[in-house]
Design a protein around this ligand. Structure first.
Ligand code: PGA
Length: 253
């Protein structure tokens, strides 16, 4: 059975002090894992402080991006080797990075491989734009995006896939559980082609896009969906805690 995960993507929100405050509140609330791994992904500048707060708790830490090179003349970038000592997960290929920072599938694939090589766990994001869904090509498009974003990765060990339809991110218009479930099935078959069916069934597939305490239950109950990647609601400690508790109740039942 895949690991069940609720990850919070804080995006470019929170000062260091605010991140510390949020992490402290969440640490106080999420005291038991209860069948769900919670992951917080604060901005780079807060990783060290948030990591210190989470030490000894069941909550894991993730970064939101990484440069695939070990080091080099890449002004302003943060490399995988710098992150290795700080966190366990790295979000890779988020649609905001693909759309605003020119990340192609090939670049994403380099990042996924580097993250895995350095012993961290990629949360690889894929998802289609509205026109693609309306054109009836969503599953074909997203499966190809997954295949191309995996590049030459030779093992699904540690890999997490997040299906985040672009039209559902930050819009308040979540996908339906049926859409999430159908996509999870299609992504699992792509993973099976790449890594074999055993590895595919062990790889967590998350849904992301306007997840909140009101719709989380329906998503985590959908067949093939193993958790959620949460943006906006992850900045509200009560909402994030509720989502984790809802997932925990569903996955334990
Ligand atoms: P949202 O963001 O929950 O605010 O829609 C999800 C994400 O971008 O990971």
């Amino acid at each position: 059975m895949p690991q069940r995960i609720i990850a919070g993507n804080w995006k470019m929100h929170t000062t260091v002090d605010e991140a510390v405050g949020l992490a402290e509140v969440l640490r106080g609330k999420l005291t038991d894992a209860n069948g769900v791994t919670s992951v917080l992904c604060p901005p780079f500048v807060s990783l060290t402080r948030v990591g210190a707060i989470l030490k000894g708790s069941p909550i894991r830490l993730g970064a939101q991006n990484a440069h695939p090179a070990r080091s080099g003349a890449f002004t302003g970038e943060v490399s995988v080797s710098m992150l290795r000592d700080l966190c366990e997960f790295v979000i890779v290929g988020h649609s905001e990075r693909r759309a605003m920072f020119g990340e192609t599938d090939a670049i994403v694939a380099e990042k996924v491989q580097a993250v895995a090589e350095y012993g961290m766990r990629p949360i690889l994001c894929v998802g289609e734009a509205r026109e693609i869904r309306e054109g009836g090509r969503a599953e074909t498009f997203v499966s190809k995006q997954l295949r191309d974003s995996l590049g030459a990765l030779n093992s699904a060990n540690g890999l997490v896939v997040a299906y985040e339809p672009i039209w559902a991110i930050g819009t308040g218009l979540a996908a339906t559980p049926e859409i999430a479930s159908a996509m999870a099935k299609s992504l699992r078959s792509t993973l099976a082609d790449a890594f074999g069916s055993e590895a595919a069934s062990a790889t967590p597939i998350l849904y992301g896009g306007s997840v909140n305490p009101g719709n989380a239950e329906a998503f985590v109950k959908s067949e093939g969906v193993d958790g959620a990647l949460v943006g906006g609601a992850s900045l509200k400690p009560n909402d994030f805690t509720q989502i984790v508790e809802i997932a925990s109740a569903v996955f334990r039942s």
